[in-house]
Design a binder for this molecule. Structure first.
Ligand code: ATP
Ligand code: MG
Length: 355
């Protein structure tokens, strides 16, 4: 199989972990006989420095022409004081919007050898394997008006806006993902308070009959937040709107012990998907070789699976990661008292060797 992959390393540790993913993918391409061509582009702070914009046209063109996009992370203290149009994060928001990446997939997998490092009890998290599917291009984040109002501007309004079509496509995606996993979908809303949630429930009910083999239920977001901590193993796929998904996925991320373990994918209807670690550019450890590359490496596995349909290759990466962790190798963020701490490149080499 021949594929072009846009690589946008971005800032801080983004650049370090992007290199890790590329080198792991090179091993995959040799082992399985695929041809991956990597095209690099600038995004975020480094693009502001070079081109005066966080998302240069050239980068957007590379992304549009590629089969998938791997992104490191953007941002850093250097650009913190910039006006909003010249902030690194703006580059990422514009990219997501331009490619219509409406479905954000965040798997939370607790590796047994890391379950001790979780903020929750071992018995509660060991074996957790769930996925949060968050709507990414609508809801409270983009609804207008969003402003101070009234004569004295001492009132305020934000708008939770969805069209039926926007809800349909994300719910559909949730069912499709559940169907290829453990066939269980939990739709999360706040239907006792919000009209948007009541329409969300209607849509779930309309789409459900197309997936007779998927068991589904509705949960209120407050209940879901509590259940995620009480008994996370009950969940397979959770589908929810933008803000609820944001909050629940940060909550769920704590089960894995480190931000450095969490991959993500953002998908559109038919264009290239974007794959990136959940963590940011981590300016506090940038350039020191301390970053955990596993979130980025696992994001590249998601790319193989969801954009290229290469499930076997994706599983090979996941198993390699699992083996390396079982052997006791740790970067500093997941270190415990009995394992020596290794660097970003050492961890990457271990994964490649395991592959
Ligand atoms: P953003 O605003 O971009 O989300 P943030 O400040 O919320 O950024 P991160 O940049 O992800 O968060 O960093 C949060 C903390 O987690 C930092 O202390 C950072 O060093 C640590 N961290 C994040 N990613 C990793 C990683 N891959 N390996 C090790 N530590 C990490
Ligand atoms: Mg953050």
């Amino acid at each position: 199989m021949k594929k072009q992959i846009a690589v946008l390393p971005g800032d801080g540790i983004g650049a370090e972990v992007a290199e890790s993913a590329i080198s792991v993918l090179k091993v995959v391409s040799e082992k399985f006989g695929h041809e991956f061509e990597f095209k690099k582009g600038l995004i975020g702070g480094c693009a502001i420095d070079e081109y005066g914009t966080p998302l240069p046209d050239e980068t957007l063109t590379i992304c549009r022409e590629s089969d998938a996009i791997l992104l490191g992370a953007v941002g850093g203290p250097k650009w913190d004081g910039n006006p909003s149009e010249l902030r690194p994060e703006k580059g990422l928001l514009t990219l997501r919007k331009s490619l219509d990446l409406f479905a954000n997939l965040r798997p939370v997998t607790v590796f047994e050898s890391l379950a001790e490092a979780s903020t929750l009890k071992f018995e509660v998290v060991n074996g957790v394997d769930l996925m949060i599917v968050r709507e990414l291009t609508g809801g409270l984040y983009f609804g207008r008006p969003s402003e101070r109002i009234g004569e004295n501007k001492d009132a305020v309004v934000d708008t939770l806006h969805y069209t039926r079509k926007e809800i349909e496509r994300i719910v559909q995606k949730g069912f499709e993902l559940a169907q290829v996993r453990r066939k269980k979908l939990t739709s999360v809303d706040k239907a006792n308070v919000l009209e948007s949630s009541r329409m969300w429930r209607e849509v779930v009910e309309e789409i459900a009959p197309k997936f007779p083999d998927v068991e589904y239920d509705h949960r209120l977001v407050d209940d879901a937040a509590m259940q995620l901590i009480r008994n996370p193993k009950q969940f397979d796929v959770i589908v929810t709107e933008n803000l609820f998904g944001d909050i629940l996925s940060d909550e769920a991320s704590m089960m894995t012990g480190s931000l450095g373990m969490l991959p993500s994918a953002s998908l559109s209807a038919d264009g290239p998907g974007l794959y990136e670690p959940v963590h940011g550019s981590a300016p506090d450890i940038a350039g020191q070789g301390k970053a955990n590359p596993l979130a980025m490496i696992l994001s590249s596995a998601m790319m193989l699976k969801y954009s290229f349909n290469l499930s076997e290759e994706a599983s090979a990466i996941e198993s390699a990661v699992q083996n390396v962790l079982n052997e006791g190798y740790r970067t500093q963020d997941i270190a415990d008292s009995h394992s020596p701490v290794i660097s970003t490149t050492e961890m990457t080499e271990k994964v490649k060797a395991a592959l």
